[in-house]
Design a protein around this ligand. Structure first.
Ligand code: ADP
Length: 624
């Protein structure tokens, strides 16, 4: 029988995809459907409590917010009822028929059809409601929005469409009925339900009641805000459950930080660092996802920016005792108390991070691999505690293999006598940086160079000038004087270290400059090189190659500045050219210059000429 009011609608493409996965799910832990529905009910109660702060009539008649679960063995149904905010007709359609979040398409395109890979994604994207189709072949949702005078029924078998019908007004909130599948009978058992709630949802701060056959109700969770309990009352399992609830992530957190601040600023924070990267880590919004509560009342997840964007991987809650309950979400970001809480949270977090790094470098490496690139964004921000962030930073280093990371403090402890700077080199990836000729003179002298390959590295090195009094310096700078640094390491016999006579070298530099003309800004000697004859360098105070290329791509600057060509006075080719000259000197110089450009990832201006020259050299060497 079709109802006049009934409206038949199709699920959006992404939801259909998610539903397919749910219906055919081989996912072993089907229990989580209940966790997801209870979690939604809890959010709905939070939302109502917040709305009632400014409009108390919304709670009228029923101000004890709670969640009730009932199983009916005869009808084979499980119902989850809450007296929270409820949903209007439009909300039922929008919330339970489409994914209205940004990044939806990207999310859907990441779904592979492989349960193992998809479930963590689905969880993080927050489509928990649909997990009910793992255990039910039909779901009805009856909902009455707080303050509204009508109620609606949403119904679906999870197969592409759903219906929405208006119905007689019911009490405020939402009642979800699951028609349990044949093979999922055990969810009709109260013992099982109690066990699941106690395992996954004990931390929910509203009471969860279980009804027996005679409709007697029994509260089955502790129902006090987990973060308000003292640390020794909370087991690791409870923390992990709560982490799943606030983060939508699976597994255990990498770090749990539970802290109560007293004194001038009074707040409690329970924050988690995930053990893997959340899917939206590099989403353009870069929003913080730490929830703000005021005296146990949920205020907002999105508007507060309780942690800065460079700590946006943090999940959890901050509950303030000082903020007024009637605070408006819109003005939160400018609220001086929020700024103070943010500063305190950052400070505390960074100092805990330091402790963690000191206690177990290996574990710390896992954190750094996931979030190091994000943390370093903080170095570019004007008001961040740069020194503390730099203390937390770890880098690949020319002294160690790819798997070993160095802190700046340890770098400083290894600096050579006469070494003033913290040397670094940036590039696309660690292995290609290791091949750079720029490094030769440093490694042969045992002078350590930090190898930086994250995109953000090109930026912060221009903003942060020093660490503990030692200036950062890119080894592509032309003014580095390696001779003034004392080093014990020499891996070459003396005679190979001889240079061509100074005069000849000076003349050669002039000659090279006249051959290359405006293609180079300057030609000079360097001690930086070992096996290589030449390399490119930038002026002191100039821009590094990668940053310059990035800014050109972004059309921020029009063209690259002319580079400095540095030559190695000990190299056989240079010595030959300096002492004996050569009829082919023009071609040789252009070849050397182009080769240096290729190594730096710069474009060569005339590939045809380059190829012609190379070919003629190969021909000559084969003929010789
Ligand atoms: P998520 O909870 O992560 O947003 P879901 O698919 O579980 O994703 O739920 C979608 C939306 O439906 C929720 O964001 C919420 O707006 C709404 N919703 C779900 N359950 C309820 C409920 N019990 N009461 C009110 N709104 C609800």
């Amino acid at each position: 029988m079709t109802n006049k009011n009934e409206e038949k609608l199709k699920f959006s493409a992404e939801i259909s995809k998610v539903l397919q996965l749910m219906i055919h799910s081989l996912y072993t832990n089907k229990d989580i459907f209940l966790r997801e529905l209870v979690s939604n009910s809890s959010d709905a109660c939070d939302k109502l409590r917040y709305a009632a702060l400014t409009e108390s009539s919304l709670m009228e008649g029923d101000s004890d917010l709670s969640i009730t679960i009932e199983a009916n063995k005869e009808q084979k149904t499980v119902t989850i009822t809450d007296n929270g905010i409820g949903m209007s007709r439009e909300e039922l359609i929008a919330n339970l028929g489409t994914i209205a979040k940004s990044g939806t398409q990207e999310f859907a395109s990441k779904l592979t059809g492989d349960d193992k890979k998809d479930m963590p994604l689905i969880g993080q994207f927050g489509v928990g409601f649909y997990s009910s189709f793992m255990v039910a072949d039909k779901v009805t949702v009856v909902s009455t929005k707080a303050g509204a005078s009508e109620s609606f029924i949403w119904e679906s078998e999870g197969l592409g469409e759903f219906t929405v019908t208006s119905t007689e007004k019911t009490t405020r909130g939402t009642k979800i009925t699951l028609y349990i599948k044949e093979n999922a009978d055990d969810y009709l058992d109260n013992f099982r339900i109690r066990h699941i709630v106690q395992t996954y949802s004990d931390h929910i701060s509203f009471p969860i009641y279980l009804l027996d056959e005679d409709k007697n109700r029994e509260q089955i969770n502790t129902a006090s805000a987990l973060w308000m309990r003292s640390k020794n009352e909370v087991s690791e399992e409870k923390y992990t459950e709560f982490y799943h609830h606030v983060s939508h992530m699976m597994g255990s957190p990498w770090l749990t930080l539970h802290n109560k601040a007293e004194g001038k600023l009074e707040y409690t924070s329970l924050l988690f660092v995930p053990s893997s990267k959340p899917v939206d880590l590099f989403h353009p919004d870069r929003k913080s996802r730490v929830k703000l509560y005021v005296k146990r009342v949920f205020i907002t997840e999105e508007h507060a920016e309780l942690v800065p964007s460079y700590l946006r991987f943090l999940r959890g809650v901050v509950d303030s005792e000082d903020l007024p309950l009637n605070i408006s979400r819109e003005t939160l970001q400018q609220n001086p108390l929020i700024t103070k809480i943010r500063d305190a949270v950052v400070k505390k977090f960074l100092s805990e991070l330091k402790k963690k790094a000191e206690s177990d470098e290996n574990e710390y490496k896992n954190f750094w691999k996931n979030f190091g690139a994000v943390v370093k964004e903080g170095l570019c921000e004007a008001y961040s505690p740069r020194e503390q962030i730099l203390e937390a930073c770890r880098f690949n280093s020319s002294n160690f293999d790819n798997d070993t990371l160095a802190s700046l403090d340890s770098y400083i402890s290894r600096m050579k006598e006469g070494q003033e700077n913290i040397f670094y080199l940036t590039g696309e990836n660690i292995n290609s940086i290791r091949q750079s000729p720029q490094l030769e003179g440093f490694t042969s002298r045992g002078i350590e160079v930090l190898l930086l390959s994250d995109h953000v590295d090109d930026f912060w090195v221009n903003v942060v000038l020093d660490y503990k009094g030692k200036q950062f310096k890119s080894i592509t700078r032309s003014d580095i004087n390696l001779e003034s640094i004392k080093s014990e390491k020499t891996d070459k016999p003396e005679e190979e270290k001889a240079e061509a006579p100074k005069e000849n070298i000076e003349k050669l530099c002039e000659r090279i400059k006249s051959i290359l003309g405006n293609a180079v800004g300057e030609v000079r000697t360097t001690q930086k090189l070992g096996q290589s004859a030449v390399c490119l360098a930038t002026k002191e105070g100039g821009m590094d190659f990668r940053l310059e290329r990035f800014l050109i791509e972004q059309k921020q600057i029009a063209a690259a500045a002319a580079k400095i060509l540095e030559i190695n006075p000990k190299h056989p080719i240079i010595k030959h050219l300096a002492e004996k000259g050569n009829a082919n000197i023009d071609d040789a110089v252009w070849l050397l210059f182009d080769q240096a450009r290729i190594l730096e990832g710069e474009e060569i201006t005339d590939p045809a000429a380059f190829t012609r020259r190379l070919q003629s050299f190969v021909e000559k060497s084969l003929a010789a």
